[in-house]
Design a protein around this ligand. Structure first.
Ligand code: SAM
Length: 180
């Protein structure tokens, strides 16, 4: 699947979920998980080290949080609005005995404090990602990194852009690394 089709699919998913949750004005993207191969690349590009704190904004089924805690030995926190996805994440964290390093907050990602983050990962819908950028601008400490999947921040210049032509399922991805 190429990038245009992926964006169209995201738009369709977003409209469907918006209709289902018309009163939920805070939904910044539908659930559309990052493939595991890309999760690994995001955390590698972000230079995540053991003991560092990473936040995934809109953590879905927790795969970024779980990988960060399990493979990178980081202190990982996911923020997710959807209760079912939080439960799925917590069940998997429990199964893998990662409770010490992997945490899920069931809440609005726009209402959290990211000042302790070393790395933030973002896979949110274009347009809505613009709401996140000023928040991170305000809160992130100097030197903190941000990795965005497929959709970039408008007013920040990336340190690095990584294009992945094929994730193994024929889908291309672009990752953007920013540094505060
Ligand atoms: C495109 S998915 C990405 C999931 C995961 N980060 C990944 O890369 O696999 C976006 C996620 O953000 C969540 N989300 C959207 N708006 C949110 C908000 N305001 N606060 C917390 N989570 C939100 C959605 O429920 C969805 O699970």
């Amino acid at each position: 699947m190429n990038r245009t089709i992926a964006v169209a699919l995201l738009a369709l998913l977003f409209c469907t979920s918006s209709l289902a949750q018309a009163v939920d004005a805070e939904k910044l993207a539908p659930y559309y998980p990052t493939p595991q191969t890309i999760v690994d690349k995001m955390l590698q590009l972000g230079g995540l080290k053991a003991g560092e704190r990473v936040y995934d904004l809109g953590s879905g089924d927790g795969r970024i949080v779980i990988t960060a805690a399990d493979k990178f030995h980081a202190d990982a926190i996911g923020i997710e609005l959807d209760k079912d996805l939080c439960k799925q994440s917590l069940d998997r964290i429990h199964k893998l005995h990662l409770e010490k390093n992997a945490h899920i907050v069931n809440g609005d990602l726009l209402k959290q404090n990211y000042s302790s983050a070393d790395l933030v990962t973002v896979y949110l819908f274009p347009g809505f990602i613009d709401k996140v950028q000023p928040l991170l601008d305000q809160q992130l400490k100097k030197g903190a990194r941000v990795v965005c999947h497929d959709f970039e921040f408008k007013n920040w210049t990336p340190d690095k852009v990584q294009n992945i032509a094929d994730d193994g399922d024929g889908r291309s991805h672009t990752l953007y690394l920013y540094r505060k």
